[in-house]
Design a protein around this ligand. Structure first.
Ligand code: COS
Length: 392
């Protein structure tokens, strides 16, 4: 087993860190305050390759491996989790769904533009009445001649107001997971509207939206994987599998971003503890402060190793679902712990926005909720260990 990075992987990580230190870290608090990043940073991020990591070169991406991908997500999480979410959803959830399940035409139509961030994607799974129980979603797509007409509502959709394409999961058949298909819906299609969700606790720099689909008409060829009556692959009824397999990878992205968040908490805490003096010595000299620093350091390593295992499985084409649930569970809970400790090390200063600790905590808090709550991850792990399915 070799956990060292290649020269290319290190070069990408270093370039990503240098870019984000210059272009993101100085602005993240201002973006948080005004509830939007400056979208002007996106082309620079695209030039570095963030939006095309793991998209093959033939579709305009970097064709990189998953180790490079998780390094990129860690650097984004270290700088600003809002930026990480934008990339994870567009390149990760949407790009990887198209790559894994799309027809050749769909790959050629969307992937090159996603890889350059000319197109941002959003992932329309969650609905007002459906979060954890994704297999019971209500949005419906009804066949009408050569088209499908989609009606429904989606909630908490990252990139929702910015995206040019939405991957919409809708019911084309009966109840349950097998009746769901996925559609690539251009967001300028008549009947499609997005409304910004404001006032979030964290991740305030990224757009989160409610989507309304009111008689949205798309050609049958917009079904991811193609409709049943077209030549070639058949995406009908495959939507839940698309969502679950993409979420397996999405959970790795979230976990990798959380590693970056823990790392940021560690670095920020060390910097503060070694410069702040009390009782005539730096507070880092006190054992109880070192105890917190040690916990932060250990959590960063432990979460990173769980994430790197996922990257290794993905690079070898092995199933990643269970490892992804473990990584996501551990890293997201670690991120909340780490941000809390970071505030504790900073004392009263950690409670105000002059220091990033408070933002770290607000951003970390959602990590145990989205892309599968900690409880869902535990039930997936428990099912694997016991063979008993708590969901049925
Ligand atoms: N990849 C591919 N296919 C998968 C899969 C995966 N990771 N997981 C499940 N499937 C398939 C199953 O094989 C099954 O296929 P068949 O019908 O051919 O047998 C089908 O999907 C339904 O599986 P099942 O009924 O067993 O569903 P699960 O128990 O796997 O899923 C949970 C239940 C709760 C685990 C799932 O709904 C879940 O992860 N919920 C959380 C959703 C979530 O994260 N929401 C937040 C979104 S934020 S973007």
């Amino acid at each position: 087993m070799d956990l060292s990075l290649t020269a290319e992987q290190e070069a990408f990580r270093d370039a990503a860190r240098a870019f984000l230190e210059k272009e993101a870290v100085p602005h993240r608090q201002e973006w948080d305050d005004r509830e939007s990043i400056d979208l002007g940073i996106i082309p620079g991020m695209a030039e570095l390759g963030f939006f095309g990591l793991t998209i093959p070169e033939e579709y305009g991406g970097l064709g990189g491996d998953y180790v490079t991908y998780v390094l990129g997500m860690e650097e984004l999480g270290r700088a600003d989790s809002a930026l990480r979410g934008i990339v994870s959803v567009s390149n990760g959830l949407v790009g990887k769904s198209i790559l894994g399940w799309g027809t050749e035409e769909q790959k050629r139509e969307w992937l090159p533009r996603i890889a350059t961030a000319e197109v941002l994607g959003c992932f329309g799974l969650t609905e007002p009445g459906v979060g954890s129980d994704a297999g019971n979603l209500r949005t419906r797509a009804v066949r009408d001649g050569d088209d499908y007409v989609i009606d429904g509502q989606k909630l908490f959709i990252t990139n929702g107001t910015w995206a040019q394409v939405a991957l919409i999961f809708a019911r084309t058949g009966g109840e349950g997971p097998r009746g769901i298909s996925a559609f690539l819906v251009p967001t300028d299609t008549p009947g499609f509207t997005a409304r910004e969700v404001t006032g979030k606790l964290g991740l305030r720099g990224q757009a989160t939206a409610e989507l309304f689909l009111d008689g949205v008409r798309v050609p049958a060829s917009a079904m991811l994987g193609g409709p049943a009556d077209q030549d070639g692959p058949n995406g009908e009824g495959q939507g839940f599998k698309v969502a679950m397999s993409s979420l397996d990878k999405g959970r790795v992205s979230v976990a990798a971003g959380c590693v970056g968040l823990v790392q940021a908490c560690l670095e920020t805490s060390v910097a503060y503890a070694t410069s702040r003096t009390q009782f005539d010595r730096p507070i880092a000299a006190f054992q109880l402060v070192q105890d917190m620093i040690a916990d932060l350091s250990l959590d960063a390593d432990a979460a990173r190793l769980l994430v790197w295992r996922c990257a290794d499985l993905l690079d070898r084409g092995e199933p990643v679902g269970l490892a992804a649930s473990k990584a996501k569970l551990y890293a997201s809970e670690a991120a909340v712990r780490a941000a809390n400790l970071c505030i504790q090390v900073h004392g009263g200063s950690g409670y105000v926005s002059d220091y990033p600790a408070a933002k770290f905590l607000r951003d970390a808090r959602v990590m145990t909720l989205y892309e599968g709550t900690s409880q869902i991850q535990k039930l997936i792990i428990g099912r694997a260990e016991t063979g008993i399915n708590a969901f049925t």
